[in-house]
Each structure stands twice: as C-alpha cells, then as structure tokens.
Design a protein around this ligand. Sequence first.
Ligand SMILES: Cc1cc2nc3c(=O)[nH]c(=O)nc-3n(C[C@H](O)[C@H](O)[C@H](O)COP(=O)(O)OP(=O)(O)OC[C@H]3O[C@@H](n4cnc5c(N)ncnc54)[C@H](O)[C@@H]3O)c2cc1C
Length: 532
Amino acid sequence: MVDLDVVVVGAGFSGIYAVHAFRSAGLTVRAFEAGDGIGGTWFWNSYPGARCDVESKDYSYSFSPELEQEWSWSERYPAQPEILRYLNHVADKFGLWPHIQLNTRVTGAGWDAATASWRVSASDGATLTARFLVSAAGCLSELQVPDLPGLAEFDGAWYHTSRWPKEGVDFAGKRVGLVGTGSSGIQVAPEIAAAAEHLYVFQRTANFAVPNRNRPWAEAEERAFKSGYREYRAEARESFLGVPITGTGRPVLDEPPQDVQRLFTERWEAGGGMPFLGAYTDVLVSQAANDVVAEFMRDRIREIVADPAVADLLCPRGYPVGAKRLCQSDDYYAMFNQANVSLVDIRSTPIESAYPGGLKTTTDSYDLDALVFATGFDALTGALFAMDIRGAGGVPLRSAWATGAQTYLGLATAGFPNLFIITGPGSPSVFSNMVLSIEQHVEWVRDCIAWLRSHGHATIAPTAAAQSAWMEHVSEVAYATLFPKADSWYVGANIPGKPRVFTSYLAGCGPYRAKCDAVAAAGYEGFALGGS
Ligand SMILES: Cc1cc2nc3c(=O)[nH]c(=O)nc-3n(C[C@H](O)[C@H](O)[C@H](O)COP(=O)(O)OP(=O)(O)OC[C@H]3O[C@@H](n4cnc5c(N)ncnc54)[C@H](O)[C@@H]3O)c2cc1C
C-alpha cells in the first residue's frame, strides 16, 4: 500500500501550484519544504533591494482568473516582501497549508520497482512511499559560497544574499565588502551603499544592467491589464520568453544606425531587459549584431559614471550581452559616483584570502567589518543533487548525470520512473518568465498522471533514445545562438568541476509548449509505460 499519490519537493512558486493542481485533480499530495515558510526564492532572498525583473502582471499565476482580479500589485517590478505576501495569500486562498510540511528537507528518494513507488526519506526521520515524486526544488535554490581561505577567521559577520537574516542587517558605520556582481549583487549594492560607511564592490566580471524604471502601477494601467488579462495570458503562453514583447521583426544589422539608436534609447528609457534583447531578430544569434547593443549599453555606463576609469572597469567586455543573465537596476551604475563606494577589480588582482580584519587581494588589503556574498547558486542541478535520488537499479541521479543533465523535455529522465522535474534542465526554465513555465509544467504533469491512471499504467519514464534525441535538439538550438559563449551559471561555469554544458531549451516557450502537448497527444510518445 502506497502512502501518497505524489510527494512534492519544495514550496516555492512550483511546489505551491503543484499542491493545488494535483489536489484539484483528486490526488493525495504532500509537499516538503526545507524552509520555515513557503515562497522558495522569495522566502530565502530577503536581502534589501531584492525584486523580480519580470513585470508583476506577468510574474504571477494565471491559473485562477479570480486570483488575478482580486490581487493588486503595487509596483511594476514588486519587491521580495510583496511577492512573498502574494504566495502566502495563494496558499491561504486555496487551502494549501495542510498539505505542506515546513522545516523538512527531503534527504533521499529511492525507486522501488516491486511496488512501483518512491520511498522518500525526510530530515525529520520519516520515510513514506509515493507513486510519483515531483521535484519543485528550484533552479536557483542551492546557494554557492566561494571556498575562500581564511573565511572562518574573519572577525566580522558575513552573509549570503540568499540566506539573509529575517531581522535584517544594520550596516550603519560599517565598512562592507560585496563579492559578486550578478543580478543579486547589483540589486543589493545600492541599498548597502545607502547605509554603510564604505562599500567595496569586488568585481571579477562586469555585468550589463538595464534600467527598470520601476514605479507604482497607476490605477488606470492596472484596470487596463486586468480587463484584458485572459487574452494577454494566452498571448504570453505562445510567446518566446513567456512575456509578449514587441520586436521590430528585423535584424539590427539591416537597420539605419540612427533608427537603431532611437529604438534602443526608447527602450532604455522605458526600462526592462526583455524588450531590449527582443528588439531585433539577430541580437542573440549574431556577434556583430550583439556588439551593436553592447556598445549602446557601454555608452550609457560611460554617461552615468563620472570617473572614466571606473566607468571603463564597469563596461562589460568579452562575452555577448544577454549570454549572462541581463541585470536590471535603476541605480547601480550611478552608485559609483558616491564617495563611499569603491570598485575593486579582482579580475586583474584576485582575492587571495580573508583575514580577521578583512580581505586580501594579490596586491592590497581591505579592512572590512562585514562581508556580503552575492555569489549565486549551483543552478539547475544543485538542488536535485543535494538529495540522494536513486532510480531503477539504485543508480544515483548524480551518476546518471555525471557528464551533464539528461532529460526528455526537461520534465523527466531515463532510468528514473515516475520522477518529474518542474522547470528541469532541457526545458526553457531560467530563459523564460518562470511562473508561466512552472504552470505549464505542473499542468502537463497533472494531466500525464491523470492519463496514466485512466489508461491503467502504473509507471512512466522516458526512453533513452527519446532522451538523447531531445538533448541533441536542445544542444543544437543552443549552439546556434550566442548564449553558450559566456562563462555563466547557465553553463555551470560558476561551480568548480561542474561539466560545462548548456542545457536550457532556447526555441521559445510557445514552441516548447506545442512539443510537450504533441507528445501527450500521441499517447506520451518517447516514454515507456509500465503495467498496472
Ligand atoms: C534573487 C532572484 C530573483 C529572481 N527573479 C526572477 C524574475 O524576475 N523572473 C523570473 O522569471 N525568475 C526569477 N528568478 C527565478 C526564480 O527562482 C523563479 O522565478 C521561481 O521563483 C522558482 O520557483 P520554484 O518554486 O521553482 O523554485 P524556488 O523558488 O527556488 O523554490 C524551491 C524550494 O524548494 C526547497 N527545497 C529545495 N530542496 C529541497 C529539499 N531537498 N527538501 C525540501 N525542500 C527543498 C527550497 O528551500 C525552496 O524553498 C529569480 C531568482 C532569484 C534567486
């Protein structure tokens, strides 16, 4: 006798919706969440300045028109506390709390072929069995702290942006070192600079950041998007990034330069990253086209930052714009005009170690009272590998994916029956408006489980052939673009020893959805189905 139909790992956007969707389909479900609250990304990343960079009207669930209408977003790009309130509201509204167990980490799961079920172990010592295991453990949840010699001897406090103390941190009168200048570093830096005596930004790689132009939604704007929400969401589902974007539909290299400058200036003034990258058709596939955008952005940095040497150091070079996550900030570059902010180039003079009073680079010492690591995550596979998942024959997922993640449609992996991954490697995941991708995956899995039941199948797993054809396709699409060219977390370059492979599906959300639907309509083509 199996305890549950489904165990869900994690209670962020994915886990919350999975609990609701599976329960609504009549399944018994329990979600385990390591944190002492729900919300995932928006629970853990409570650093000052944390906000999403997809507009709130897009970065929200679409499954319930009632929810869509009753919830009011205060801002274009809401900050972390508001998104967390929203997710708690969703759990209240749909009665999800009894099915979510907080403070409990799933430590392992083993496939038992005899009972066609997963035996799941949790950090509270419990084990239970479930017909299906659904990982909603997150693409960006397993944090990465650099292995910095001497850190244990550092006298001050240190923080990672993804484990920010809930009571907040007072940096007044403190000399603070910030390591990491990706999305989180760029968001947190101006907030620290506003409070601290001095902020040292240790930069290894300069990143492109476009303005948000964040502002409260005007009542009329909210009325307008709410009145057309259904049609808008339908358009989003068919779109490339999960957000409808108006592009010119033409290559930038064919355009008169003055028209290009005008359009980019308009988009720079309007704010937001996606409209920028989507303005022309060739920006993400042709280096020459990409260079046009990159140079436009470098010109803006030189305009904003007063000291030419600092501006030059802040100008990203050596990788295509967009190939590392495009950051968004209204005040990051301008912050470097403050007298209490210094930029330290750790590309040419790397950090060697921490000492009790600060950080030492190859040429200098920096006395610091606090350290902030905005060093990101072991993306896409980190949270999966942190569990001891063993498939058919006891094979660990870690071994099956030793040379890189292997999935079919990003949803499932050969040798691991009845395991589904929400926004797994091989799907658009981090290259999309993730809430929309999460909904699509959860609904596909829900419908798949219902279909298996109604057709008398107990197990499902991709065939090795379908999986390798899918990963080849993923790779072919990716390597026709500029994305794999950067040393980014997209390819695992931030994790020492991680195989360098690009596993996100870049053909767009709409076409991807169509492929998933076609596989389902063909009786789950590419999957092997097991008996009752
Ligand atoms: C700072 C930041 C900003 C972002 N901004 C955007 C944005 O603007 N737009 C966008 O589309 N995406 C953004 N993202 C990506 C974001 O992660 C997704 O949009 C979305 O929140 C993912 O939801 P999820 O539920 O899949 O994963 P998560 O929110 O990561 O939730 C996973 C949960 O699983 C739990 N968990 C993991 N392993 C276990 C285990 N073994 N046992 C129990 N629990 C476990 C974790 O504690 C976590 O709470 C951002 C990410 C970060 C870090």
